[in-house]
Design a protein around this ligand. Structure first.
Ligand code: HPA
Ligand code: ZN
Length: 336
């Protein structure tokens, strides 16, 4: 590794905009939590659990991800999980995080939304005091549970309106187009929530168009399959729609076969507002720094291109305009 580039990226102020907190559950925490709650996981050791992280598709990942998530049972579990992620992110130069979580996955197995939220917010408030880190909290609807379940989840979330900032859409993409969730998103927008959605990860470019036209999302999570529709790429550039790209995730889930064939650099060169994020770092072999390093090395990105990615991460964030601008200036002026 070019260690001076590593130090440059680590010190560069960055926002992380695509991070599922459940996806930060390292085997080293999952196993003790399973013991604490008397849950038997089909993996005896940290090594065995980590060896199970061989995925062939999004679905093969989701199956193990949901199984492991079952060890998160009380507010303390969510707090420990979130604090560990925030500490790591801080050490990698992340100054602002927009964090996803999956409320339906927890309420569906009897864990109250209030418990989840209290654990997450305690950790986020502590990181704000300890590191000055800012955050937004974005619950995601599980698309394969359908629109009625999403509407019900939104009802419950709106009872906690002051604790959340937006909504997203995740889980099994193919067969569950954004169009199914139009009314849910209409209602979320009326409640003043920010709106994003996963689209164009495994699903076709048309899903990205639907997310923009029907859900009126402000950013697209993943979105890498936009390239299959050149007119869509032009639109993303023209309307400056950000994409939250997750390079190591894309390799692990076989969206691209190797980092050298990832389209991040082409999209950046085309003028798309692309950002680099870790998605589910415990499962995909790296946090945000490792994702930046992977694309820097695999795609031979210059320091200026790395700087542009960090700048985009603030431009694409839901921080107020003056804070966004302040961080973009800090990125421009940063010297390792
Ligand atoms: N895609 C869809 N759903 C998810 C992901 C993802 O990358 N990570 C966690 N849930
Ligand atoms: Zn994701």
């Amino acid at each position: 590794m070019d260690s001076s580039m590593g130090a440059f990226i680590r010190g560069l102020p960055k926002a992380e905009l695509h991070l599922h907190i459940e996806g930060t559950l390292e085997p080293e925490l999952a196993l003790p939590l399973a013991r604490k709650h008397g849950i038997v996981l089909p993996y005896a050791s940290v090594e065995e659990l980590r060896q199970a992280y061989e995925f062939t598709s999004l679905q093969s990942f989701l199956d193990i991800y949901y199984a492991a998530t079952d060890v998160l049972r009380d507010a303390g579990d969510f707090e420990v999980l979130t604090s560990a992620y925030l500490k790591r992110a801080h050490e990698q130069g992340v100054v602002h995080v927009e964090l996803f979580f999956d409320p339906q996955v927890h309420t569906g197995r009897g864990v109250a939304l209030a418990s989840v939220l209290s654990g997450l917010t305690r950790a986020l408030e502590q990181a704000s005091h300890a590191y000055g880190m800012t955050h937004r909290l974005i619950p995601c609807f599980i698309r394969n549970l359908g629109a009625d379940a999403a509407m019900q989840a939104l009802d419950e979330l709106l009872a906690h309106r002051s604790e959340i900032d937006g909504v997203g859409l995740d889980s099994t993409e193919c067969g569950y187009p954004p169009s199914l969730f139009r009314q849910v998103y209409d209602r979320a927008r009326r409640a003043g929530l920010q709106v994003v959605a996963h689209a164009g990860e495994e699903g076709p470019a048309a899903y990205i168009g639907e997310a923009l036209d029907l859900l009126r999302v402000q950013r697209v999570d993943h979105g890498v399959r936009c390239e299959e529709d050149p007119a869509l790429v032009d639109r993303l550039v023209r309307e400056r729609v950000p994409l939250t790209v997750c390079p190591l995730s894309n390799i692990r889930l076989k969206v691209f076969d190797r980092i050298e064939s990832h389209n991040l650099k082409r999209l950046l060169d085309a003028g798309v507002c692309v950002t680099v994020n870790s998605d589910d770092p415990a499962y995909f072999g790296g946090y945000v720094l490792e994702n930046y390093l992977a694309v820097q090395q695999g795609l031979n990105l210059s320091a200026q291109q790395i700087r542009a990615l960090a700048r985009n991460s603030f431009e694409a964030s839901f921080l107020p305009p003056e804070q966004r601008q302040r961080w973009m200036t800090a990125v421009d002026q940063y010297r390792a």
